[in-house]
Design a protein around this ligand. Structure first.
Ligand SMILES: Cc1cc2nc3c(=O)[nH]c(=O)nc-3n(C[C@H](O)[C@H](O)[C@H](O)COP(=O)(O)OP(=O)(O)OC[C@H]3O[C@@H](n4cnc5c(N)ncnc54)[C@H](O)[C@@H]3O)c2cc1C
Length: 433
């Protein structure tokens, strides 16, 4: 499968599903979406669902090439920025309004998998947030905050209950988000691409936008073989930076994160977990993992400003996995890969109009599946129907990520948070000896 990096997802997407041809020559569009990740695809599909015509989406590689086609597959509410920060910065009403956009998006993804018959290995088993630390306060506080301010109920699982679902001594108690689910993100990306195409969107892979310029009241997007003249343009290039507008690329830090997939575990899967929920933990630098339908375990974690080879990813994550499941020692790893997330300094998405007819959807960080769907809806109704609700995100605009110092800052704050978590863990263990 040329153009997509080799990983578990690319290995399990049927070849026949591919093939959105490259753009040859020039054309015109009402809207040209640049970037075939979830942000771009959801905008294009949202436009098509609202009856927009002449929508064109161009993708430099293949649909789902970026973070969208290689992520952990967790579909849950919220943003990279904490619910507590949103509350403090926006006040209860606006914070609740934004957060509920993401929980509605979780439902919309579920609805679309059914409406468009997208076979994407959806597992409706919720997501578990497992407490790495002994102190239960952090769980109770988050549970209360979510319920009181956001109207969302996460169930508290005492240690024995969590231990009956995930068989490790590592965790204490946990919270369960029942509305959440997990899926095969590349199959879903290609499924919504097909749904958009069926409703008239033209999708062209292997078609990078190489320049963007004003063209009267509209825009001209140059490609290697021609140009698209469009009334409106949406830039949705995530951490893979389009190189079209300096201030857009300057707004985000591309940050790498890693994933690996074990060999099929067969009955051994039930030895480590009987739940089919996806799991992550309460550390800043958390592990995340989920059981796959073919009894493999998908394991992810860590962030870094530098990309790593599959062998390095495997070495790092294998050690992390054994800390939680020592009994998996010796298990073979069949796939390991990395992907780039895009982070703004404020850790919120940058969504909205930056110039007349020029729209942006980027900076979804490591929590982007539902927020990109929410953003797609906001932009589709803004462009298609003149709806101004995208302004709800205006407080978190296009601010400089201060590269290259921003990279150093991001890496240092990650190491600092990692150190704090390790220190807390050691202190707790010393107290219980
Ligand atoms: C390893 C990993 C694990 C993650 N796990 C989760 C998870 O479990 N749950 C969750 O909610 N979020 C997760 N995330 C985050 C989530 O995947 C992202 O926030 C989201 O997919 C971002 O979507 P996007 O469309 O903005 O960017 P991308 O998916 O990166 O898409 C951008 C696209 O733009 C294209 N492009 C760039 N420049 C051009 C150009 N000039 N012309 C044309 N095309 C161009 C790129 O090729 C790329 O395909 C994870 C991310 C990673 C990397």
């Amino acid at each position: 499968m040329t153009g997509l990096s080799p990983n578990y997802y690319t290995a399990t997407v049927p070849e026949r599903e591919l093939g959105f041809g490259a753009l040859r020559g020039s054309g015109a569009a009402s809207v040209c979406v640049v970037g075939g990740g979830f942000a771009g695809l959801n905008t294009a599909l949202g436009l098509a669902e609202r009856g927009a015509r002449d929508v064109v989406l161009i993708e430099a590689n293949r649909v789902g090439f970026g973070a969208s086609g290689r992520n952990g597959g967790f579909v849950f509410g919220g943003f990279s920025r904490s619910e507590e920060s949103l509350l403090r910065e926006l006040g209860p009403e606006r914070a609740r309004d934004l957060y509920s956009g993401t929980t509605r998006a979780v439902e919309l993804i579920r609805t679309r998998t059914a409406r468009y018959a997208i076979d994407c290995d959806r597992v409706d088993a919720g997501v578990l947030w497992a407490n790495w630390f002994r102190d239960p306060q952090v769980l109770h506080e988050r549970q209360r905050l979510l319920e009181q301010n956001y109207g969302v109920r996460w169930e508290w699982l005492p240690r024995e209950r969590l231990g009956s679902l995930v068989h490790t001594q590592r965790y204490h108690d946990g919270l369960f988000e029942p509305q959440a689910f997990h899926f095969h993100p590349l199959k879903y990306a290609r499924g919504i691409a097909r749904a958009a195409m069926a409703q008239g969107v033209a999708i062209h892979e292997q078609t990078p936008a190489i320049a963007l310029e004003r063209n009267g009241r509209g825009w001209r997007v140059r490609t290697p073989d021609g140009a698209i003249e469009a009334d409106q343009v949406v830039l949705a290039c995530g951490g893979y930076l389009a190189g079209l507008r300096a201030e857009v690329d300057a707004g985000v830090l591309p940050i790498a994160t890693y994933v690996m997939v074990t060999q099929p575990l067969g009955a051994r899967l039930d030895e480590i977990m009987t739940t089919r929920a996806a799991v992550y933990d309460t550390r800043f630098a958390f592990d995340y993992y989920r059981p796959l339908s073919d009894t493999r375990l998908l394991w992810g974690g860590r962030i870094s400003v530098r990309d790593r080879s599959p062998a390095q990813v495997e070495k790092l994550l294998y050690g992390d996995m054994l800390k939680v499941f020592p009994r998996l020692d010796g298990v073979r790893i069949d796939h390991a890969w990395s992907g780039l997330m895009s982070y703004a300094r404020h850790q919120m998405p940058q969504v909205g109009q930056i110039e007349d007819g020029l729209w942006l959807a980027q900076a979804f960080g490591g929590h982007g599946v539902a927020p990109t769907t929410f953003a797609g809806e906001l932009l589709a109704s803004a462009i298609g129907e003149g709806d101004g609700r995208w302004r709800a995100l205006a407080d978190y605009g296009l601010v400089s990520a201060m590269k290259p110092a921003g990279f150093i800052g991001a890496q240092l704050s990650y190491w600092w948070a990692q150190f704090r978590d390790e220190w807390k863990d050691r202190m707790e263990q010393a107290r219980t000896r």
